[in-house]
Design a binder for this molecule. Sequence first.
Ligand SMILES: [Fe+2]
Length: 245
Amino acid sequence: MDKRTFIKTGLIGVAAFYASGFTAKGLNPLYSLKPRKNKDGFIQPPLPYAFDALEPYIDTETMKIHYSKLHAAYTMKFNDITRQLGISSKPAREILSEVSKYTELLRNNGGGYLNHLLFWNVLSPNGGGMPEGKLHDAIIGSFGSFDNFKSQFDTAARSVFGSGWAWLIFSEGKLKITATQDQDNPIMDISKDKGFPILCLDVWEHAYYLKYQNRRTDYINAFWNIVNWDFASKRYDLALRRKMA
Ligand SMILES: [Fe+2]
């Protein structure tokens, strides 16, 4: 192999490695929901696109407030509380998996921190359409058709009373749709449906009120245009790998 071919092959290999969800330090922490930390604690990673990138489905002002004010506040409070409790060295996922041991304040802010971390990556300006490959087959296998899946997810999202989230999770070897109140999530030990989150939708009014006011259904319909199926597929691959482990 000459030098040029060697470099080219190497670059293709690196690109494929990153595209598979890995970084030089291992699996991209966003896919595994293992956010990196710095000296101040859990970090709020940068939004993976511009504030206006999800227009016209989610408006710029909502994204600015949602990310810069609300998610930032959950991150700061989660760090404060975990420091006070002396558990800041634990992974966020581990803390939430035993959240019944802690206060409601930690439950709300820890959930708010991790749920939004996932949510930003579930969305993409290049999203929409349908998943491919294993996730597509699993959705058809679990729900009969993609339309049935969407319809059940929509119902879960519409049915949340007040504030909460709709979820597609991997639970006991199959895909399942569920919903949680406030900032609870299916990782938490207090959740009625526990599982590995693949997809989520924030149905707090702060996620849509500026553009959609009380029309939550319009917001849910818009969501399908910006779902990052590539990200969801990588989460599903992770779920399968964990099951095998
Ligand atoms: Fe939110």
